[in-house]
Design a protein around this ligand. Structure first.
Ligand SMILES: [Zn+2]
Ligand SMILES: [Zn+2]
Length: 266
């Protein structure tokens, strides 16, 4: 019975931060962008249609299941930790705040590569139906699409959390910050609003960051734009949608665009 209680305690301890982040950032961003700021952000909306409420409720339920899967993965990790499979984390715990920051940045870069390649794999016709169809049921995404996954996709994403600390000396709690960055940006990518301001030439201010338009195009036309955090892999592998920048320019805010010349008086 002690084992059951132990597992239940670890599961609840793992579920708590994941669910808290989700409630604050995913539900919070939905409230902020879709409910409160929606009327002021009309020009930033990528698509004319808004998904029906039914879709949002379904996505929310699948997201809760994904988070339960992540917590179960956390239980497996706790036992792996006890078995001594994470010596690098123990080592890095004493390397100070600078290494802590480096670990977060390296973790996000590692997650980006992991996601790009596992995402491409899930688009293989032999895997798509079982691993990735649920996520693409949301042709027009909402903030709740962020964790709307099949079981296989949730396991694949969590695979990064299990594997990365084995190969990279990361202080134990740094992964929580990587996951915080992951859920905030993941929610923004599915929010339906283009919030990255444009440069003078109409391109994204930070063109190496995946914008909401970039990922929205993946939902509209799978086969392009597999990355979720940085545009590097899509550009290196030639999988960025050829119309990406034109689509981005349609919804983007252009604070530095040249002013239109005044119409001369008659
Ligand atoms: Zn996909
Ligand atoms: Zn998506």
């Amino acid at each position: 019975m002690d084992v059951v209680r132990d597992v239940a305690n670890i599961w609840l301890r793992e579920m708590e931060p994941t669910l808290t982040r989700y409630l604050i950032f995913t539900v919070g961003l939905w409230l902020l962008l879709w409910v409160w700021l929606g009327p002021w952000l009309k020009a930033r909306k990528i698509r004319e249609q808004t998904p029906p409420g039914r879709q949002l409720v379904t996505e929310l339920l699948f997201s809760l299941r994904s988070m339960a899967i992540f917590a179960t993965g956390g239980v497996v990790m706790a036992f792996m930790f006890r078995a001594g499979l994470y010596p690098l984390g123990e080592l890095a715990n004493g390397w100070g705040p600078l290494w802590f920051g480096v670990s977060i940045v390296a973790g996000v870069i590692g997650l980006d590569a992991w996601f790009y390649w596992t995402h491409r794999l899930m688009h293989d016709p032999r895997l798509f139906r079982r691993f990735h169809r649920r996520h693409h049921r949301s042709n027009n995404p909402s903030p709740f699409t962020a964790y709307s996954f099949d079981v296989g996709e949730a396991l694949l994403l969590f695979g990064f959390v299990i594997v990365w600390p084995m190969v990279f000396p990361m202080p134990w709690s740094a992964m929580q910050w990587v996951m915080l960055y992951q859920i905030v940006t993941n929610t923004l990518l599915h929010s339906g609003y283009e919030l990255m301001p444009a440069r003078r030439d109409g391109r994204p201010m930070l063109d190496f960051i995946v914008t909401t338009t970039h990922h929205d195009l993946h939902h509209a036309q799978a086969g392009w734009n597999y990355a979720a955090w940085f545009t590097w892999w899509d550009r290196w592998m030639g999988t960025e949608h050829p119309e990406y920048h034109a689509r981005y320019a349609r919804a983007a805010w252009r604070p530095f665009a040249p002013k239109a010349a005044p119409v001369p008086a008659e």
